[in-house]
Design a protein around this ligand. Structure first.
Ligand code: PEP
Ligand code: MG
Length: 838
């Protein structure tokens, strides 16, 4: 019997189509799905080795028919065939039959014992039934990467307006291509306003290089069986403004316009954002540049087949890298900001790019040269567009091109770097880029996106680099090299400031540097309040390697080990031994100081590749933190076993993130008992509850009865109390942890803990703000955990505090009406000199 292989980008699609075909053809038809990529269940992509394995699985001397979905599925299959023995190759037939209908028709024919020729012919005729039913003709089959001609069948036309401040750039164009691609219809788009097009909506490059800017009218014409449904979906997409995030829909404001605001300097532009990392920076504006990769002038020619295989393998490589980057950005900044990487992925499947590259290879060029030429030619098209925002998208294409080129050449893709010392301007920052910044050359960071507790801000604080985030699209208009004065506490960036402003900023910086130097000189000493109470000042870390800087900064221990960062960029879950090694490394580096480890806090904005989750409409209110741990005891148990094993030799504390109810705490404690029994460990580590949900704070009395300590996660407690997403710059001013509502919850939890003889710490970003130190101590907090650079000044703030005064301050603060009033009250008390009015 002829075997059938189904190659799809999606494992679920391949398996679903195989199941459907089996239902029609019979369970004993030899069908093997080959969908998706190695890794998490839903990794999208195609893998030649999976196709080889599938062919093996259904091998028959009668032959094997292979059906493929689109783009790289065809290339991967062709590559798989190359790997087969010559005698087998002759018996494998690749077909351009429709994927699902073809699979069903082929299964029926194979089951009837038809030969390979007939099975293939049945598969290609798979659309006949549907076409007859709908009264349409089946569309022209697509072969390899050849373009389909216009589809036959009914047509539908709509006109839509591009209601996007940046026009139909790569991300919304990608949404259009994705939407159009979901229907059996040939969709073409014309920019009526500019008189450009029509172009095929199958190609991201074609659609985006139409250059449709804000307000342009587009005509969308669809032909084919589902033409009406396709245009309806595109109309709905346009009405949803192409699913762009509110930040990206904010009107474009030039710095000059900002300067006109009443509180801005008379002649200088001032951009206002959100304070993210303290300090003053003065220097030229710098944007990342990525060094170009050069293609060696003389490359050995290895034959068209080998070169094509090299390109295909590099494309698969780049797909994996970009998908990981997308997941990472989604984790830090939300899905909307990560959507640009979906556009990058579409580049890799775009005929406008693949076609010329493959043509070059067929004409005898090496893959690297052919690919590079195709990228440069297309990027030149983008660069020639009128709209500066769209023109800038050529950089996206070049960046994707570089990724693939590096893979073909077998070298590391060059990372973006600061071209010279200055203040880094970026849309948003990836952790890998932020972590690689050197405070000696990166004097400050200004980003268009992000909130103060987003991951980029957390990293900037850890590096001691002043930062302002959420400056919005106005940042785009700041010229490279312009002199900037950045105030990380005031949240402002002065563009080409007047000399008087520069002098005042310099003065503030000098005063703060002096203060910091004094604080550093005493940082190894304990933090004891004026009335003699010792306060534990600890560090937040994400990896064992961070401990060294924390100890150098004078930490009394680690008060928050965010274990998810340690294990995020991975394909598989780290096993018990590997986890234990990481915890031990941190504990050893701490030299006997306490190590407080938080169990995996995945979910919401921190998805983890090896821990796939079903999509949720509101992930911050869904399965995250301990909820995910309890839903996946296999994951939680491994981590707890590694922790209790470490606790046998080191002072380890364990805490659970996002606890909401007492039942959850009990279930978590049961899991810990399971781990202790399984490992036979005698150690009984202290068990803590993170107070991040208002319900936990309000019911703290019950939790305190069954926990050893509390640690308040003010980042999440603030976002949940104020109903303001912590990663959204537009609500950053609402998400102020100094709001009396948040302070009341902290005080309530600390009081409940004290009543049970338990201690309360704070490990959210508020703990690292010396302005808030007295207030937190007054509310009953006795441990503060923060990024390492904040430790010296917070220790100083502790030493300046009398607990009796602090209690009075706290009592007064919770009675105030607004966060601004609280801020004024704490600043007045410390008499902090403000930065120059911006
Ligand atoms: C917090 O929410 O304040 C906290 C410390 O946890 P994370 O920032 O990792 O969510
Ligand atoms: Mg949290």
């Amino acid at each position: 019997m002829v075997g059938i292989v189904l190659v799809s980008h999606s494992r679920a699609v391949a398996e679903g189509a195989a199941e459907l075909a089996r239902q029609m053809g019979g369970q004993d038809v030899a069908i093997a799905p080959a969908g998706g990529l190695e890794g998490p269940e839903d990794a999208i992509g195609t893998d030649a080795m999976r196709v080889v394995a599938a062919i093996d699985a259904v091998w028959s001397d009668d032959g094997v028919l292979v059906l493929m979905d689109l783009g790289s599925a065809v290339l991967s299959t062709e590559m798989a065939v190359e790997f087969l023995d010559e005698d087998r190759r002759a018996k494998v037939r690749l077909t351009d039959a429709p994927f699902v209908e073809g699979a069903v028709a082929a299964a029926v024919a194979a089951r009837l014992g038809r030969d390979l020729e007939e099975v293939a012919s049945e598969a290609r005729g798979g659309l006949a039934g549907k076409a007859a039913h709908l009264g349409t003709e089946p569309g022209a089959p697509v072969t390899g990467t050849e373009r389909a001609g216009p589809a036959e069948g009914p047509t539908a036309t709509i006109r839509i307006i591009v209601d996007l401040p940046h026009g139909l750039h790569a991300r919304p164009a990608a949404r259009l291509v994705q939407t159009a691609g979901g229907f059996e219809a040939d969709v073409r788009v014309r920019d009526v306003t500019a008189g450009r097009g029509p172009v095929s909506a199958r190609s991201l490059n074609a659609v985006a290089t139409l250059g449709a800017t804000a307000g342009h009218e587009l005509e969308v014409v669809a032909a084919g069986a589902q033409s009406q449904a396709a245009v309806d979906a595109i109309r709905a997409l346009a009405a949803r403004r192409f699913d762009e995030s509110p930040e990206d829909l904010a009107p474009v404001v030039a710095p000059a316009a900002v300067a006109a605001s009443p509180d801005a300097g008379a002649a200088d532009g001032v951009l206002r954002g959100v304070p993210a990392s303290p300090g003053v920076a003065i220097g030229p504006a710098r944007r990342f540049t990525t060094p170009e990769l050069t293609v060696p002038a003389v490359l050995p020619t290895r034959g068209a087949d080998t070169e094509r295989a090299a390109l295909e393998a590099a494309l698969a490589d780049a797909r994996g890298t970009i998908a990981r980057r997308r997941d990472d950005v989604a984790a830090r900044a939300g899905r909307a900001r990560a959507a640009i990487f979906d556009a990058h992925l579409l580049f890799l499947d775009d005929d406008e790019l693949l076609e010329p590259a493959l043509r070059g290879i067929r004409d005898g060029e090496p893959a690297a040269a052919a690919w590079n030429a195709a990228v440069q030619e297309l990027a030149a098209g983008w660069s020639a567009l009128e709209d500066p925002y769209l023109r800038a998208r050529a950089a996206d294409l070049r960046s994707v091109g570089r990724e693939v080129l590096a893979a073909i050449l077998g070298v590391e893709a060059p990372r973006p770097e600061l071209p010279a010392a200055g203040i880094l301007l970026a849309d948003d920052l990836e952790p890998a880029d932020t972590a690689g910044l050197d405070p000696a050359t990166c004097l400050g960071i200004a980003t268009a996106a992000g909130g103060p507790t987003a991951h980029a801000a957390v990293l900037a604080r850890a590096l001691g680099i002043p930062a302002v985030v959420g400056l919005g699209p106005a940042l785009d208009a700041v010229p490279e090299g312009a002199t900037l004065g950045l105030d990380g506490e005031g949240g402002s960036v002065h563009v080409d400031p007047a000399a008087s402003v520069l002098v005042a900023l310099e003065e503030t910086r000098r005063a703060r540097d002096e203060e910091a130097a004094i604080a550093r000189a005493h940082t190894a000493e304990p933090a004891v309040t004026r009335d003699g109470e010792r306060i534990e000042v600890a560090a937040n870390i994400g990896r064992p390697e961070d401990v060294a800087a924390a100890v150098a900064a004078g930490c009394d221990g680690v008060g928050l080990f965010r274990t998810e960062f340690l294990f995020m960029a991975r394909e598989v879950m780290p096993d018990e031994d590997e986890q234990e090694a990481a915890y031990r490394a941190a504990a050893v580096a701490l030299g006997g100081r306490p190590l407080l480890v938080r169990t995996l806090d995945a979910g919401a904005d921190k998805p983890i590749a090896w821990l796939p989750q079903d999509p949720e409409p509101n992930p911050f209110l869904g399965i995250r933190g301990l909820r995910l741990g309890l839903a996946r005891p296999d994951v939680l148990d491994v981590q707890l076993r590694a922790l209790v094993r470490t606790a046998a030799d080191h002072p380890v504390r364990i805490m659970f993130p996002m606890v909401t109810t007492l039942e959850e705490l009990r279930a978590a404690r049961e899991a810990l008992e399971r781990a202790r029994t399984a490992t036979g460990a005698a150690a009984e580590p202290e068990v803590g509850v993170m107070i991040e949900v208002p319900a936990a704070a309000l019911a703290a009395g019950h939790l305190a009865g069954e926990a050893d300590f509390f640690s308040v996660g003010t980042n999440d407690l603030t976002q949940y109390t104020m109903a303001a997403d912590r990663g959204n710059a537009r609500v950053a001013t609402l998400a102020d942890p100094l709001h009396p509502a948040v302070l009341r919850l902290i005080g309530f939890a600390a009081e409940a803990a004290a009543a049970h003889g338990r201690w309360t710490g704070v490990c959210g970003e508020l703990a690292g703000d010396p302005d808030a130190t007295a207030l937190l101590l007054g509310l009953g907090v006795r441990e503060l955990s923060m990024s390492a650079p904040a430790i010296p000044s917070v220790k100083e703030a502790v030493r300046a505090t009398d607990l009796g005064d602090a209690r009075k301050l706290a009592r007064a603060a919770i009675e105030l009406a607004t966060a601004a009033e609280v801020r004024d009250a704490v600043r007045t008390r410390r008499r902090v000199p403000g930065p120059p009015a911006g």
